[in-house]
Design a protein around this ligand. Sequence first.
Ligand code: 8YV
Length: 294
Amino acid sequence: MARPRVHVTAPVPAEVETALARDFELVAGPEGADGIVAMLTTRVDAAYLDAAGPSLRVVANYAVGVNNVDVGEAARRGVVVTNTPDVLTRATAELAVGLMLALLRRITEGDRFVRRRGEWEFSLEFMLGASLHRKRLLIVGPGRIGRETARLAEAFGARSAFAGRGDDLGRLLPGAEIVSIHVPLTQDTRRLIDARALAAMPASGVLVNTARGPIVDERALVDALRAGVIAGAALDVFEREPEVEAGLLELENVVLTPHLGSATRETRVAMGMLCVEALRAVLVEGRRPANAVG
Ligand code: 8YV
């Protein structure tokens, strides 16, 4: 029997490619494919699904966030969409806490300073930062990654509170010294952190975003940082990724990383293996996998 045809939209780790090649015929484009392994940079919309054609039965998104996929349109066509939960929870939470520490303790700012060969000698008042210890951390989005971020930050002595769907963010933000974003990008969360939300934070507050860029209004963030409305920001994701709002690049109290939340080898391989399992479930075993969304 012919093996199901699978199109992978970008290079994947060798282990994942080998696992895919075991059960599937890997094809160069989506046309006529039975399954797609999609990166978050692939927009899987009606036009893409049209291009793939009626043979398509499953889109395994190589990410936990599925905002790049029109899940409703896929469902209407009977195409199963899956994501990669759990396996990237720890890695993403680690990065969120790493960004908090980098920002509060001025690690990347200090690194830039040393590389510029700035003149310095040890002094008690030089480049003082703030401790994560005892900071009031507001986790916006109390899902797997949000809860794990709280758990790790609490090991440093942070005190966490959670804002979930239906909670009044405007009431919670004034008490938050660190706001860490962990909601998925949806119509409801687009620009959730706008000028108004930033103004509700204390002037000593900092914002951390490891979720999706468009959740934060980047221009409003630059204005807020320039005006001292908040004290700093650490961003792993960007509104018009991979473009970065120019104003952010000029500010010392900003830490920037290029979408590294799940970027450890073991995590990326585990994510890939979940994609392979999902394709197998649908295309070989004829069942709906547990990580199907929508
Ligand atoms: C990237 C992520 O998508 O899973 C997500 O939602 O944002 C990240 O894990 C992934 O690294 C790229 O495939």
